[in-house]
Write a protein that binds this ligand. Structure first.
Ligand code: NAD
Length: 369
């Protein structure tokens, strides 16, 4: 019996609905080409949910997510909140709540450089070309969640980094498993020369390591990692690190890749996972039909691989994106001054190009032309 996978789409705000529409169509195309059954349901989150219900994460949305096999999110946010920090009910509360409620403790961010876009980065193309990094950032522990207080009449502040062995182990296992399916190199980033929490982190990685003899482990201090990412990004395969170090390093790495419109992410725990582009709702271009749908389409590639174990299908999506770029097609955000006008596409035309490439690649293999 073919198992039907249920996907909840949370379009959210701004360009969210414009790009998630192409995420959904990518999944539908994969279903048609590879004989999988996917079922979809849409639900509200963010500003659109506040407008409709007064709640940035309505109970029905959360209940639907709990029953799903995967969640595809667009983005949340609207200028009315950005310009008024006093508003109590805010779109991003929906995002924080869904991560917490679903126990999404591992944030995965692939930094893949499509060679055709290497010019968009501030690094030299020869340093970048061929870079392919997968970050695992711990998302629900560490200094962002430890006790904080002011003492000495407010003149002294304390923030505390806390990790338990279990918290480190569960994300480390995910990172080791992923490294196993890639180039089998794992960098664990810490500050074990200074922080006790980092020494515990390193201890756990060392404990787990013998269970993965095929994976080569390197321990790297976070200050060195920040430098090495820029100096020689090609040395990295999988990087696992704690919450704050991961926050900083993934932002640094996103700039290596050059464009927000190309970067996907996944937040996973032990239940259903959430897949989303890393960009926001981009109100400046919402409704204009020019948003880059590729980050969302690449988030679907992550979903196919991680949520459904469909590695071949995931690679088909990534290859289709690569081919479209190789053919010279760009959305405005990734075009360069030399891109001919007729190669600069809107959201729908770019989304359709990717679907055509997926269909073409499959029909070439099956001879169905
Ligand atoms: P943003 O990512 O929305 O936009 C930054 C710049 O990048 C803008 O110029 C935008 O036009 C451009 N851009 C972003 N995605 C693009 C795409 N797919 N194609 C082409 N260009 C793209 O960040 P921001 O402007 O700082 O925030 C806007 C709103 O989004 C805010 O309300 C913020 O709170 C929210 N936000 C949400 C998320 C999320 O939902 N995960 C993440 C970041 C920001």
């Amino acid at each position: 019996m073919i198992h039907k996978r249920k996907i909840i789409i949370l379009p959210g705000d701004g360009i969210g609905p414009e790009v998630t529409q192409w995420g959904r169509r990518t999944i539908e195309t994969i279903g048609e080409c590879y004989g999988h059954l996917f079922e979809f349901e849409e639900a509200l989150i963010g500003h659109s949910a506040i407008q409709a219900t007064g709640n940035p994460l309505p109970d029905e949305t959360l209940a639907a997510c709990r029953k799903a096999d995967a969640i595809l999110l667009g983005a949340v946010g609207d200028p009315m909140y950005d310009n008024n920090p006093k508003l109590k009910v805010r779109p991003e509360q929906g995002l924080l709540k869904i991560r917490k409620e679903l126990g999404l403790y591992a944030n995965l961010r692939p930094i893949k450089i499509f060679d055709e876009l290497a010019h968009a980065s501030s690094l030299k193309p020869e340093v970048l070309q061929g870079s392919d990094i997968l970050f695992f950032r711990e998302l629900t522990g560490g200094i962002y969640f430890g006790p904080q207080e002011r003492i000495a009449e407010g003149d002294v502040a304390i923030s505390t980094m806390i990790y338990s062995k279990d918290e480190v182990r569960r994300i480390a296992v995910k990172a080791f498993e992923a490294a196993r399916t890639r180039r089998k190199i794992l960098h664990s980033v810490d500050k074990a020369n200074v922080l006790e929490a980092s020494r515990l982190w390193r201890e756990v990685i060392q404990e787990i390591s013998p269970e993965y003899p095929d994976v080569t482990v390197h321990h790297m201090f976070v200050d060195n990692a920040a430098m090495q990412l820029i100096k020689n990004p090609k040395q990295f395969d999988v990087i696992v690190t704690e919450n704050m170090f991961g926050d900083i390093l993934t932002d640094e790495a996103s700039q290596i890749a050059g464009s927000l419109g190309m970067l996907a992410s996944a937040s996973v725990g032990d239940q259903v996972g959430l897949y989303e582009p890393i960009h926001g709702s981009a109100p400046d271009i919402a409704g204009k039909g020019i948003a880059n749908p590729l980050a969302t389409i690449l988030s679907v590639a992550l979903m196919l691989d991680i949520a459904f174990g469909m590695k071949r299908e995931s690679e088909a999506v990534i290859e289709a994106v690569d081919t479209v770029l190789k053919k010279g097609f760009r959305t405005g955000d990734i075009a360069d001054p030399g891109t001919p006008k007729e190669r600069i596409l809107g959201t729908d035309a770019m989304g359709q190009k990717v679907l055509n490439e997926i269909q073409m690649a499959v029909s070439l293999v099956t001879g169905d032309r």
